[in-house]
Write a protein that binds this ligand. Structure first.
Ligand code: URA
Ligand code: ZN
Length: 397
């Protein structure tokens, strides 16, 4: 029935989360954030209780309500059916294992990777396509302070042998010092070698002092803090020369790369004025955007068009000499086409649930509308962003 919806052009959701049952139980056993706790239902005084998810210290509004959408696979499949999503590449939701001691993180990572493999391998087969399941996944690495590098490499090896896991999701802290930590070099090397896709996703936002004293709920940390965090993390990784050493690394940036697309020329200019940094890099900063993948979770057509322009011009910045002459001849349509090949539909399910009963989730409808409405993307490019690019990136075609 999925195929009937849009012919052979599959919809693939690359940004869709789960708290696996083992992880949710673990959060229920905790008394400090991150945790899941019960409290009397505030919507009605009928004596029922509701579960809430608290994942940050000082989180506004006592956290967020959570329910089966967050852990039940049937709910994920129902959501996919309702929105015409054929395949989902499932990732654990933040904060992953970040808060755990190294040995617990290692054990839990291995168990959760096995759990996710089972979650995916026992999912329905896509109607009419006998070799494709409806669910694939991103595994977890035990990236926690003072994690031995050997435990990270072992887990990369584990994930690369689990056939339905096609990548890993990671936050921005590395093993405590961020992603530009020299100690992580063997990890990037192993990830580049295995071809696992690294989904870089925020959790911490930025210093909450920036948000002032007005009650703005989750709006500022989610709308701004999340993308700022991603921007800083990927920029530091670029500045560390990691993409010069490992040009085949495949990194997928959450939320369309945060603010990196808008700031990449400013970044290039700041680098050009800083010889110490400039001497470390083989290319103009704008070049590296062409090594990256960007989800299309930006909620607006103009934003998606802009991101594709910026990715699409990366090829004009090989070396450090600024734009190659050829760039003047590459028109907007061509840049948008080239850039669109690195953009992939996502929903951020089960976050941003509808506040009242509705058939379709606004977060999904808006992201699909945005793709549909990008100026200069042909039907072929839109189809690729909705699914074809993901099938290629994750080796599903
Ligand atoms: N809020 C989160 O905590 N994580 C997401 O991925 C999206 C919203
Ligand atoms: Zn997300």
């Amino acid at each position: 029935n999925q195929l009937a919806t849009h012919g052979h052009r599959l919809f693939v959701d690359v940004h869709t989360h789960v708290y696996l049952p083992r992880y949710a139980s673990f959060l229920r056993s905790r008394t400090t954030a991150p945790r899941i706790f019960s409290r009397p239902n505030t919507d009605n005084a009928d004596g029922t209780s509701e579960e809430r998810l608290l994942i940050l210290d000082n989180e506004p509004s006592g956290g967020r309500p959570v329910g089966p959408q967050y852990w039940d696979r049937e709910e994920k499949l129902k959501f996919m059916d309702r929105h015409g999503i054929d395949v989902s590449i499932i990732s654990s939701a933040n904060p992953w294992l970040d808060f755990l001691p190294a040995s617990t993180a290692h054990t839990l990572a291995n168990e959760l990777n096995e759990d996710l493999e089972t979650y995916c391998s026992t999912s329905p087969t896509l109607t009419g396509l006998h070799n494709l399941k409806r669910l694939y996944g991103f595994g977890l690495l035990p990236l926690v302070p003072s994690a031995p590098i050997s435990s990270l490499l072992e887990t990369i090896d584990q994930i690369s042998k689990l056939p339905h896991l096609r990548g890993i999701i990671m936050g921005t802290k590395g093993i405590g010092k961020g992603l530009d930590d020299d100690a992580l070099e063997p990890v990037w090397e192993a990830l580049a070698k295995t071809g696992l896709v690294v989904f870089l996703h925020p959790h911490y936002g930025v210093d909450s002092n920036a948000w002032g004293e007005k009650e703005n709920g989750h709006v500022l940390p989610l709308a701004l803090g999340f993308p700022f965090e991603t921007t800083t993390a990927i920029t530091r990784l670029i500045l560390s020369g990691t993409f010069d050493r490992h040009p085949t690394l495949r990194i997928l940036l959450a939320h369309s790369g945060g603010t990196l697309p808008l700031l990449s020329s400013r970044l290039a200019s700041c680098i050009a004025h800083d010889p110490l940094v400039a001497s470390r890099l083989q290319h103009d900063a704008r070049h590296y955007l062409g090594n990256l993948y960007f989800d299309a979770v930006a909620y607006g057509a103009e934003e998606l068009g802009f991101v594709s322009d910026v990715i699409g011009r990366a090829g004009a910045y090989e070396g450090k000499a600024g734009r190659k002459d050829a760039d003047g001849k590459v028109g907007l349509d061509e840049r948008r086409r080239v850039g669109s090949e690195r953009m992939l539909f996502g929903t951020d399910h089960p976050f941003f649930p509808p506040l009242s009963e509705t058939e379709k989730w606004m977060s999904v409808v808006e992201n699909l509308d945005a793709i549909e409405s990008v100026d200069g993307w042909t039907e072929k490019e839109k189809d690729a962003v909705r699914g074809g690019n993901a099938l290629k990136l994750f080796g599903l075609s």
